[in-house]
Design a protein around this ligand. Structure first.
Ligand code: FAD
Length: 405
């Protein structure tokens, strides 16, 4: 039994435990995670850790000893298979673990391909340390890698692999990369960068299946008959939120488990936080959505813990995100979904520029490439929902903080 039981030892789970102790919570805290490691940062898995620039110790969210020092019981390598909201316990194997409050922080499982060959041994996802360790162990002996999916994870993996001198083919089914999260200017810029670094980046690329020999993928076969010989396939096509046990217990949800502004699910004393939590986000005009970002995991964890400790502070944090590819540091603030106008600040050819997204004349988001000042100064405009003049915004010689004054 724990006063607060956290399920999922990733970003959100770790932050929930940290915040409980920071705020002086004196009850017992347990954290169950199905990976074998204590909480670690996931973003480096497609960046510095994959590139070999950071060791695993350096991506731990807290040093391994921290958890015992703060009296947080880590129950690792264990998977919660069911939740009983009336008896107030979860089941791990044959063991029942009781709780007073439950915080569900399980993230998502990588969406995998469903075509023939998708289960071959050298078809990899990029979600967990174990995924990346398995790929790293093979890198020396391979030269051709096919990446399926032109989202941030696929693009970041492509950047690391070209640095290692691998021949990379990147397949995106839609007509541009990053289509789900960014406007066309950003997509085209990154497509050009990857091609300039030698990536064979193909949009409108429809896969048929994977050709397998001796249990290993040896080629990706395309719908148009093309055959791409490969030594490894990396799949980065999104996640499926890990909400099965909660939904089975009766929680309301669809794409994720639904939560209110305090991160409460529809089940009593059960909160959900992070990638698995569908919430109404003010920065998306109040639309219900899941956000897959460290910011959201951390801020929602703080919201849930505050509520558990009797403080009602609705979740209202401005979304932000980053991505590192080659020497390009992208920082985003706000949510661009639903924009009706974009303004380009600076010249993409200079490799330092921003895209400002507007909706009904109001600034809703910025994507800033090697443009830290725009990122820092643009935040206030997103927060205030400022109505700003496009021509003024486009003038990169005027600092963003002075636009609209
Ligand atoms: P997770 O961190 O995934 O933690 C969930 C944990 O719960 C996992 O360990 C999972 O195995 C475990 N679990 C699941 N089900 C159960 C169960 N039934 N019982 C026990 N344990 C369970 N975000 C950014 O903001 N910037 C970035 O640059 C960025 N890059 C990324 C790169 C990669 C390769 C990946 C995979 C993600 C990246 N993200 C990035 C997203 C970010 O990592 C996630 O939004 C964040 O990890 C969400 O935290 P979470 O706690 O909700 O889920």
């Amino acid at each position: 039994y724990y006063d607060v039981l956290i399920v999922g030892a990733g970003h959100a789970g770790a932050q929930a435990a940290i915040t409980l102790r920071q705020l002086g919570f004196e009850g017992s805290v347990g954290m169950i995670g199905d990976e074998k490691d204590p909480p670690y940062e996931r973003p480096p898995l497609s960046k510095e850790y994959f590139a070999g620039d950071k060791s695993f110790e350096r991506i731990l969210i807290r040093p391994a000893a921290f958890w015992a020092e703060r009296n947080v019981d880590l129950l690792l390598g264990k998977r919660v298979k069911s939740v009983d909201p009336s008896g107030k316990f979860v089941t791990v194997g044959d063991t029942e673990i009781g709780y007073d409050k439950l915080i569900w922080c399980t993230g998502g499982a990588p969406r995998m391909l469903t075509c023939n060959g998708a289960d071959a041994g050298n078809v990899h996802a990029v979600r967990r340390r174990a995924d990346v360790d398995a790929m790293m162990a093979k890198l020396d002996s391979i030269s051709h890698v096919t990446i399926v999916g032109g989202g941030y994870i696929g693009l970041e993996a492509a950047a690391v692999l070209t640095k290692f001198g691998k021949q990379v083919v990147l397949l995106e089914a839609l007509d541009r990369v990053l289509a789900r999260v960014a406007g066309e200017e950003l997509s085209r810029f990154y497509e050009a960068e990857h091609r300039a670094h030698g990536v064979d980046l193909r949009t409108n690329a429809k896969m048929d299946c994977i050709e397998v020999q001796d249990g290993k993928a040896i080629a990706v076969l395309m719908a148009d008959g093309d055959r791409i010989a490969t030594d490894m396939v990396i799949v980065g096509i999104g996640i499926v939120p890990e909400t099965g046990p909660l939904i089975a217990a009766g929680a309301v949800g669809g794409n994720g488990v639904d939560v209110d502004e305090y991160c409460r699910t529809s089940l009593p004393d059960i909160y959900a936080v992070g990638d698995c939590a569908a919430h109404a986000n003010r920065f998306a005009g109040g639309a219900t959505m899941r956000l897959e970002s460290v910011q959201n995991a951390n801020d929602q964890a703080k919201t849930a813990v505050a509520h558990i400790m009797g403080k009602e502070a609705p979740y209202d944090a401005v979304p932000w995100f980053w991505s590192n590819q080659y020497d390009l540091k992208l920082q985003t603030v706000g949510l661009s979904t639903g924009f009706d106008q974009t303004v380009l600040r600076g010249d993409p050819a200079s490799r330092s520029f921003s895209v400002v997204y507007l909706k009904g004349g109001k600034v809703i988001a910025l994507d800033c490439v090697n443009a830290v000042k725009d990122y820092v100064q643009g935040r206030a405009h997103v927060l205030s929902g400022a109505t700003l003049d496009g021509a003024q915004l486009a003038d990169a010689s005027v600092p963003l903080k002075e636009v609209g004054l």
